[in-house]
Design a binder for this molecule. Structure first.
Ligand SMILES: Cc1cc2nc3c(=O)[nH]c(=O)nc-3n(C[C@H](O)[C@H](O)[C@H](O)COP(=O)(O)O)c2cc1C
Length: 204
């Protein structure tokens, strides 16, 4: 059975993004083995002074860390291994302040590791997760599908670029304008479910 890693940052009561994710899970849980990470309950370690230097020394400098030092990196290493072990990734998150919530960014900072999930080869930088595919489920309050906001959507380009950097083709189902078009939010969720069915049929 193929494996799916689900990353959920949907802490708000009655979260619309969660409705999309719940539908994905209901639709597919019999067809795939799911590992679920709740990024609103358990955040990856932020790259602060100690762990950043251990990571750089180990992954770029080839330094062998002590067991104690390895423990400092263990939480993020585990998240990276979960990514290496999966066939599919689903990331569910709202847009926060034109980008992604900090814990979602922290997940990418945890799993994008030199020598492990990407590396420097004779032909340039290469992502090592080439057999993985990703789906992004995102909502926003305003309409980021049209200007003046379209060109300041830093969330979708970041997510697609970061997955691609890892070698992972990614597609996004975005439902923008949940507050702006509140009267249409139910229809937007219904539309998202139809799009989720299409991706699910392609994947499993
Ligand atoms: C901290 C915070 C920041 C937000 N920033 C944005 C933003 O930059 N652009 C936007 O359109 N909506 C923004 N919103 C609104 C949410 O993206 C929107 O309501 C989304 O649908 C919430 O998803 P949820 O229902 O899954 O919680 C923000 C909401 C919060 C709580």
């Amino acid at each position: 059975m193929k494996k799916t890693l689900i990353l959920s940052y949907t802490p708000r009561e009655n979260s619309n993004t969660k409705k999309m994710l719940d539908f994905f899970i209901e639709n597919n849980q019999e067809k795939t083995a799911i590992t679920f990470i709740d990024l609103a309950e358990e955040a990856p370690d932020l790259l602060l002074k100690e762990n950043l230097n251990l990571y750089v020394n180990r992954n770029f400098g080839g330094v062998e860390l002590t067991d104690e030092e390895q423990k400092v990196l263990a939480k993020n290493d585990k998240m990276m291994q979960q990514l290496l072990d999966t066939d599919f990734v689903v990331l569910a998150s709202p847009m926060y302040n034109f980008s992604v919530p900090a814990t979602v960014k922290a997940w990418f900072d945890a799993v994008i590791q030199a020598g492990k999930t990407f590396g420097y080869t004779e032909t340039g930088i290469k992502g090592f997760c080439e057999n993985t595919k990703a789906l992004i489920l995102m909502t926003s309050g305003s309409d980021f599908g049209i200007e003046p906001y379209k060109s300041v959507n830093f969330a979708t380009p970041f997510l697609i670029t970061a997955f691609n950097f890892l070698g992972i083709p990614a597609q996004a189902i975005n439902k923008f304008g949940m507050i702006e078009y509140a009267d249409k939010s139910n229809q937007m969720i219904a539309d998202a479910k139809e799009e989720i069915k299409v991706v699910s049929n392609q994947w499993y």
